[in-house]
Structures are given as C-alpha cells and as structure tokens.
Write a new protein. Structure first.
Length: 340
C-alpha cells in the first residue's frame, strides 16, 4: 500500500504531504487567531469581550469534553454503519481523519467521507458496498438534524413563535425527509451508464439507512444521535459558561438552521457556519453579544479538537492501512445480513 492511485479524491492529497497538512492547520489557526483579534481589539465588541472574559472555565471545559464525545460518537456510528467487525483502532483513525479533513479542506463536508471511502476501498471493501454504506451513513447522521428541526420547530410554533421562522423550517425539514425516503421508488427503474450506477447506489444506500434505523443497532443509533447531540450540548455549555442560556427549543432550532452556513466551502465552515449560527440565534431572540460570545467559544472547540485529532489521524493513516485486515472478507457477512 505504498503507492497512491491517480483517481484518489482531493482529500487524499493530504496523506503523503505533511507540509500541506501543516499549512492547512496553520490556516485554520490563523483564521481563529484573526477572529480572536477582532473580538479583543475592534471597537463595538465590548459586550462580547466582557462575556468571554467572565466565562466559567468549568463550563468551557465541559464544552470541550462534550465536543470530544461528539467526535467519538461519529467514530462509533462510522464503525456500525460500514462494518461492526472493523477493528476499533482502524475505525478511530479513519473516522477521525474524516472529521479532520472536513475542518482542514474547503469541501463543504464532502472531503471527509471521500477520504473515508478511499481508505476503506484500499483496505478491501467492495466498491458497491462502499458506495451504498457511504450514502447510508450520510443519510443517518443528517437525518438527526432534520428530525430535530421538525420537533423543535413545531414545538416553538405551538408555543406561540412566529410561524414563518418556527413551523417554516419544520415543514421544510419534513418535506426533505419525505423526499429522501421517496427517492428509492422514484429511481427503482434500472438505468444504464454512470448516472444509473450513481442512482442505484443512492437508492440502495437510502434503503440500507432505513433498515439500519429500524434494526435499532445501538452503536449506530447512539453514534448518529450522539454525534449531533453532544455537539449541540457543547454549544449549550458554551452559553451556560457566559451565563446566557436560551431555551432548549430555540437552541436546537437555531443550531440546525445555522448549520446551513457550514455548507459554504470554507475550511471548517469558518465564517459561514459562525455567521449562520449567530444569525439564527439572533433571529430567534438571543442577544447578539451573547450569541457571538457563545458561538466563538463553542467553535474554538468544534474546530480545534477535530483539526488536531484529525491531523494526527491523517498522518498515521498510511501505516494503519498497511496493517489493516482484508475488510472485504471481514465485513461481508455483516453487510449481506443487513442489506438482504
């Protein structure tokens, strides 16, 4: 496994080039430093500075711990969806490398899954199984956010919130869920060519996601829910640290709506995710200074931990793959049983 194929995804370019990896880490650090400088030096941000200066160190430590648990939940879900027999060491390295790649590369979140798929393919996972499991993993982890939007949005609407900004996102999320579930039927007719293969993998992956959710495998469900829930709790801990915790419904809905800013292809979603989350929180009634202070504290951990742990995993990944078992032979019985 010492050579790299020419059709590797862009994310894999990190693996043989530690200098580029260091540059990516430096870029993320520079952006965080610039944000820190802006908060500490620019006029008009006195309230934000005061809130951060008075923040509880204990609650900030709790936010860091919750963010670490979110990263580990991602690894658990990754192992459960792709292969429950995968060694935990390999699951951790590949899963954490995927999370680090999402922070270090301006890919809107796609780079991490591309890297993980590449690694598992090199370890022997069949392409067809790999394609459908990648779709299933994305559907399962993303669905937690959409269901949260439905529950929180309708709860706030029933509580008297503005229908456009509460029931609106809930209805939109419900329509997305229904649309995704309907895709396998829409694409049921076999099609030729590359487009046909993509549609077949998409349909098969959605079916696998539904089967896995119905089967109720604890690592998958706890991992998928925990990945989002611990991240949301980390944001809540950051708010508690500055003494301005919004209601649970507002926090959950603003969190989901604000994540849309992370789709902008910037390293770690810096700027897009921060601005989107702050704007959503303010929209739902959170004071601007409190929202800005809490989000900045939260994003320091949300970016910093995956970037650091993911970078270390990316560096170790080539050796991990050299020692990896034949994943195809190891996982095939499980994959057949679940997708039958």
């Amino acid at each position: 496994m010492s050579t790299y194929a020419s059709d590797e995804p862009a994310a894999v370019a990190l693996l043989p080039d530690r200098r580029r990896l260091a540059l990516r880490l430096a870029l993320v650090a520079a952006v965080i430093a610039a944000l820190t400088f802006a908060v500490t030096a620019l006029p008009g941000l006195g309230d934000v500075r005061d809130r951060l200066a008075d923040a509880s160190l204990g609650w900030l430590a709790a936010a860091a711990l919750l963010q670490l648990l979110s990263c580990l939940a991602f690894v658990a879900a990754f192992r459960g969806v792709f292969c429950h027999r995968l060694p935990w060491r390999m699951s951790y390295e590949v899963g954490m490398a995927a999370q680090g790649t999402n922070v270090l590369l301006p890919s809107g979140g796609a780079g991490g899954l591309a890297l993980a798929a590449w690694a598992l393919k090199r370890a022997g996972m069949p392409t067809e199984r790999l394609a459908r499991r990648t779709v299933a993993f994305y559907v399962l982890t993303s669905s937690v956010n959409f269901f949260t939007a439905v529950i929180a949005g309708f709860a706030l609407a029933l509580g008297g919130g503005a229908l456009l900004w509460t029931a609106g996102p809930a209805v939109a999320a419900a329509l997305v869920i229904a649309g995704v579930l309907a895709l396998p039927r829409l694409f049921s007719r076999p099609r030729e060519g590359r487009v046909g293969r993509v549609l077949a993998a998409l349909s098969a992956g959605i079916r696998d996601a539904v089967r896995l959710a119905r089967a109720g495998h604890p690592p998958i469900l706890v991992g998928a829910i925990g990945f989002m829930a611990f991240d949301l709790l980390a944001l809540g801990a950051a708010f508690t640290a500055i003494g301005a915790m919004p209601s649970v419904g507002v926090l959950a809905l603003a969190y989901v709506v604000g994540q849309l800013g992370g789709l902008i292809p910037l390293p770690g979603g810096v700027g897009g995710a921060d601005g989107g989350l702050i704007a959503a929180l303010v929209l739902y009634g959170t004071p601007l200074s409190a929202a800005a202070a809490a989000v900045l504290a939260y994003r320091a951990f949300q970016l910093g931990l995956p970037a650091l742990l993911g970078a270390l995993a990316v560096v170790r990944l080539p050796k991990v793959l050299e020692r990896a078992p034949d994943v195809g032979a190891l996982c095939e019985p499980r994959l057949v049983a679940v997708s039958a």
